[in-house]
Design a protein around this ligand. Structure first.
Ligand code: ADP
Ligand code: NG1
Length: 488
């Protein structure tokens, strides 16, 4: 076992005897005529704070959910993938594995990925790792209960589960950091330039604590959350498939361009083609607050045209196309550099403040319950706790405001959930990429039932006209769960 477990391999456990596993096993047998030989389980996640900054190189603070992608698997003697899904809306898919190893993974004619493309991403990454040297094909039956396209990382859980299942089937043993890194790279075959947070927490999560995730090198450190805080996830009922639009990549590109402009305007030197905003901060040797000042000084305009950006970087439009833009952002003519950079630097500051407040809450000695680094939450005196919860809540509210106004990735339903929550003084923010999906709210534990009831009445019943009895699917309290597992 390594010091913090990050360089251990994915744990292998005995198959739990749950109704879900029983049902999956039965369905697998009905489908393939044999029993699965192993299962993999990869959780979804909720990001508490640090949104749209992983791909800029800044730390984030997610925790794993109970909801997961569970896959039953069995080796085959041929070299094919046989893919099935418990949910009949996801169609069957069979393919000769060697066929797609060197091919691009293509979406449908509207640019939306097929569900199985995420599985192919995971396999493609695994094949690259194995240098295409594999012995067995695979039968897979997928059972997922993470709300899809909702910012809770269903896609990464699916990519990661496929990659893990295939590698395990070929006897490859990667440690958690290695496989998280491989899965982050694999998911980019879907077309989005993700930062790696989802795959990192999928493998590095621990029960009872959130994780402070840092990059280059990838690392996760447990963060104990105040015992009196409960985190509630509420779905906005708007779905947003990130790979089907260029909203996500556009933001990634704008951040990379802003980083280059800031370095160049400040007289810094950089050789790499792609630099992140955190690279820029390091190169310029500034604090986050000083970086915010630099943005206001060197990127004062609300919008920059493509020729203006090229001029600032001293490159041609052709060079910009090939060096910086992705296939789905190449046609863009205008970029918002100031707003995106201001969000990133201020969000990075909020992550540090959030972590600090969590650490204070769990090391408060006022009534003697001290926390070590083992992620166990502790009790502390009520006035102090209220203060910490308020600090955390206000950071979450500022994060939402920044995502709404500077990053422009909210949705009217998300904003409505945030506003309704204010009626009970509950702070919340959109979580995940946004444009739909979920909010995460910080609610004092003793108010959770009342809060969920209030959201049910005010949002799901009154605004969305959903039957009261059905609303519980969309809003739930959650605690930190463990990362990926293999069951044999
Ligand atoms: P998220 O924020 O949940 O990661 P994405 O837009 O990145 O959302 O990906 C959602 C897509 O992942 C879905 O449209 C679907 O193609 C795929 N997906 C998610 N869950 C499942 C599942 N249980 N079975 C099959 N495909 C799934
Ligand atoms: P979701 O919302 O789960 O697709 C995406 C990215 C993350 C991160 C967040 C925003 C992928 C696979 N995931 O998450 O890396 O950038 O948005 O913080 O691209």
């Amino acid at each position: 076992m390594s010091a913090n477990g990050n360089t251990d391999t994915v744990p292998i456990r005995t198959i739990p005897s749950t109704d879900r596993i029983e049902n999956l096993t039965r369905r697998f047998h009905d489908e393939f005529g044999s029993k699965p030989s192993f299962y993999v389980r990869v959780p979804g996640r909720v990001n508490l704070i640090g949104e749209h900054i992983d791909y800029c190189g800044y730390p984030v603070l997610p925790m794993a959910l109970e909801q997961d992608i569970l896959v039953a698997a069995c080796l085959t003697s041929d070299s094919k993938l046989y893919l099935r899904n418990i949910n009949s809306k996801y169609n069957n898919f069979d393919v000769e594995i060697t066929k797609f190893a060197d091919m691009d993974i293509q979406p449908d004619s509207n640019g939306k990925p097929f569900w199985y493309n995420y599985v192919l991403c995971g396999l493609k990454g695994a094949l690259e790792y194995l240098n295409n040297d594999f012995k067995n094909g695979l039968k897979l039956l997928v059972d997922g209960n993470i709300p899809p396209a909702s910012g809770l990382s269903s896609s990464s859980a699916l990519v990661s589960a496929a990659c893990l299942a295939f590698l395990y089937a070929q006897n490859a043993t990667l440690n958690k950091i290695e496989i998280a890194t491989l899965c982050a790279k694999s998911e980019r075959y879907i077309g989005t330039q993700g930062g790696g947070m989802d795959q990192a927490i999928a493998f590095l999560a621990e029960k009872y604590s959130a994780q402070y995730i840092t990059w280059q090198p990838l690392n996760a450190t447990a963060v104990a959350l105040p015992e009196e805080a409960s985190f509630v996830v509420a779905h906005s009922l708007a779905e947003a498939n990130k790979a089907a639009t260029n909203d996500y990549n556009r933001r990634v590109i704008e951040c990379r361009l802003a980083a280059k402009v800031l370095i160049k305007a400040s007289g810094g030197l950089v050789n790499q083609k792609i630099v992140t905003l955190s690279h820029a901060q390091k190169i310029l040797n500034k604090t986050l607050v000083e970086m915010i000042d630099l943005v206001n000084e060197y990127l004062p305009k609300e919008m920059y045209t493509k020729p203006e950006v090229c001029n600032k970087l001293d490159i041609t439009e052709n060079e910009m196309d090939t060096l910086y833009l992705t296939p789905n952002t190449r046609h863009l003519k205008e970029f918002k550099l100031k707003q995106r950079a201001l969000h990133v630097f201020s969000e990075a500051l909020r992550v540090e403040d959030f972590r600090k407040a969590c650490t204070q809450s769990t090391s408060n000695g006022s009534n003697g319950h001290i926390n070590g680094s083992n992620g166990v939450t502790v009790k502390s005196d009520s006035e102090f706790v209220d203060k910490i919860l308020l600090t955390l809540g206000e950071l979450m509210s500022s994060s939402h405001e920044s995502l709404q106004t500077l990053y422009e990735c909210s949705h009217e339903n998300l904003d409505r959930l945030v506003d309704i929550s204010k009626k009970m003084n509950v702070h919340c923010r959109l979580t995940g990429a946004g444009w739909g999906g979920c909010v995460v709210a910080l609610c004092p534990k003793d108010k959770v039932d009342e809060y969920i009831q209030m959201l049910t009445d005010e949002f799901y019943v009154k605004h969305c006209e959903i039957e009261k009895s059905k609303a519980s699917v969309y809003v739930f309290a959650t605690t930190p769960n463990c990362g990926a597992l293999i069951y044999i």
